[in-house]
Design a protein. Structure first.
Length: 99
């Protein structure tokens, strides 16, 4: 009997989940993104970002590369864009992201 079997250790490939992440990790990742990115941008309900700002580049990249949507559907309001990104981030059981 191997050492790892005696002590009940599992092989790494059984521990690491490649297809999904659990809710605790998802919440932690969103909190880090929220604290270090979204909260650093001043935004209100009607605040829009400038075309050449860093946040504009990030949101545009999300829209094109992750959501696979045309960038003319990107909301002008930062708050609206963040809400849509959050809904995508936390979608459950195949719930489709609505642009």
């Amino acid at each position: 009997m191997r050492f790892s079997e005696r002590y009940g250790y599992k092989p790494v490939r059984e521990i690491i989940k490649k297809e999904s992440i659990d809710d605790a990790l998802k919440n932690l990742l969103w909190s880090v993104l929220n604290d270090y990115v979204w909260k650093q941008v001043k935004h209100g309900n009607n605040y829009s970002y400038t075309k050449y700002s860093n946040i504009s580049s990030l949101l545009n990249s999300y829209w094109i590369n992750i959501f696979k949507l045309p960038n003319d559907t990107l909301p002008i309001s930062i708050s609206d864009a963040i809400k849509r990104i959050r809904s995508y981030f936390f979608h459950v059981n195949g719930t489709k992201f609505i642009a």
